[in-house]
Ligand binder design. Structure first.
Ligand SMILES: *Cc1c(COP(=O)(O)O)cnc(C)c1O
Length: 454
């Protein structure tokens, strides 16, 4: 077996193959799980407790020698693959030069360069500025700070099925109680939730979903909050934790227009959907929506913790000097990794790779949906694809079938994640550099899992 121990491993230093040689999880993973049980807080769960030894390209290798096909990318983070060559090269060089000065104390070029890249890559040709942080939740919180400071208003509007993080303010913004909010209140005030255009579950059917949902959302904002009190409307252009919900066409532009007409800052939370994941740099581009502010994290830095708020210069400049920041925000090693990840996305044209992944996955999933009534809906874009599972013949969510399918996939060497407000969505987020053979093999495993569940 080749070892990725040199300073710049190739993107595929690990054999790109599935290999299941023990039960999943194997004995060494189980030993580690026992140690975890004793020393790590129970609140920190694991989707699949195989302990990782190495990961690269489209596979994750565990301490027992199993190699799993990766359809998760650590939740849409390692889009460029784990330990991607340019990420390792640039982050290693930065590690050797200096690890931290705090950008608020003595600045460095990498931070500025990431801000330049964000200005270039995000939608719209207006003047843009950025501020960097460590996590997605922190980026969303700062987008709210900026919008409040700019508008001198307080209310924040979010949507059903939305997910924005686990800090106090972002828990308030998040719609799902279990596991994100339960027993953790009280939550931050001045947060209002309105309907989103969820075509599969819209009561009058998908045809008028965009119009009706937008009308309801706007009516609720106008009547219950007062548009003139709203600082920001925050939406995921393709909702992640809510179940990979694509708002019906026309919904996003209508909400963005309403925000514009009423002096409300329109924030696109592209933390999960951004950076080539959906086959565009940012998912809102598919409908030509130009957000005022955009939050990014996850895929931005190939696995290192980095997040950003990018937006209209006059809005970004509304907060007073010293009002934004944090000790580690825009850490130099994370910035170097981001520049390596962006370099990889450009060089390998990962937007095309994401579109190709959709071309391979969607027809097979639609075929499976015809075969297995448990699949109620197939949706998503690029390499952000999901199936929603229901009780056959109904639209009643089936979290049981979802858990069973995920378990069968895991046991056979395919790492998949579940999601959704009703816990009934199997989501696929492969690294964009995954080989097509592995992609198809993963789908074979999924097919067998569906067959075994019925
Ligand atoms: C993951 C996620 C967040 C939170 O990011 P963290 O880095 O986990 O804090 C916020 N918004 C969306 C859309 C996400 O998917």
């Amino acid at each position: 077996m080749t070892s990725p121990s040199t300073s710049s491993p190739s993107p595929h230093a690990l054999p790109q193959e599935r290999r299941v040689v023990t039960a999943i999880p194997g004995p060494k993973s189980q030993e580690l799980a026992a140690r975890k049980q004793k020393y790590v807080a129970n609140g920190v769960g694991n989707v699949l407790p195989i302990y990782v030894k190495r990961a690269c390209g489209g596979v994750v290798e565990d301490v027992d020698g199993n190699s799993l096909i990766d359809f998760g990318s650590g939740i849409a983070v390692t889009s460029v693959g784990n330990s991607a060559e340019a990420v390792v090269r640039r982050a290693s060089a930065q590690l050797a030069d200096f690890t931290h000065t705090c950008f608020m104390v003595t600045p460095y070029e990498g931070y500025v360069e990431v801000a330049e890249q964000l200005a270039e890559l995000t939608p719209g040709d207006h003047d843009k500025k950025s501020a960097l942080f460590n996590s997605g939740a922190e980026a969303v919180e700062n987008a709210v700070k900026i919008a409040r400071s700019y508008t001198k208003r307080q209310a924040v509007v979010v949507f059903d099925h939305g997910y924005h993080g686990r800090t106090n303010l972002t828990m308030a913004l998040t719609s799902k109680n279990m596991p994100y909010k339960h027993s953790f209140g009280p939550f931050a005030p001045e947060v209002y939730r309105v309907p989103v255009a969820y075509p599969y579950r819209w009561l009058t059917g998908p045809e008028n979903c965009a119009e009706e949902a937008a009308a309801q959302a706007i009516d609720q904002i106008s009547k219950q909050v007062g548009a003139e009190n709203v600082a920001a409307i925050i939406i995921e252009p393709l909702l992640g934790e809510g179940g990979f919900i694509e708002p019906a066409n026309g919904f996003l532009p209508r909400i963005a227009e309403f925000a514009k007409d009423n002096g409300i800052v329109f924030v696109a939370d592209e933390i999960q959907s951004g950076f080539c994941r959906t086959g565009q740099w940012f998912a809102c581009e598919d409908e030509g929506v130009v957000p005022d502010l955009i939050t990014t994290a996850k895929g931005i830095a190939g696995g290192l913790p980095l997040a950003a708020v990018t937006g209209r210069a006059e809005m970004m400049d509304a907060a007073h000097a010293g009002g934004l920041g944090g000790t580690y925000g825009g850490n130099p090693v994370a910035c170097a990794a981001a520049l390596g990840a962006i370099e990889t996305m450009r060089e390998l044209d990962l937007n095309s790779r994401a579109k190709r992944i959709e071309e391979v996955m969607k027809p097979r999933l639609h075929k499976l949906a015809e075969q297995y009534q448990v699949i109620g809906d197939v949706r998503g874009r690029g390499a952000m694809i999901a199936i929603e599972l229901v009780k056959p013949g109904t639209k009643d969510p089936s979290p049981e079938a979802t858990a069973a399918v995920a378990k069968a996939c895991h046991e056979n060497g395919l790492l998949v994640l579940t999601t959704g407000t009703y816990g009934n969505v199997v989501r696929f987020l492969p690294p964009l550099v995954i080989g097509e053979d592995l992609l198809n093999e993963g789908l074979d495993i999924l097919e067998n899992a569906l067959a075994s569940v019925g």
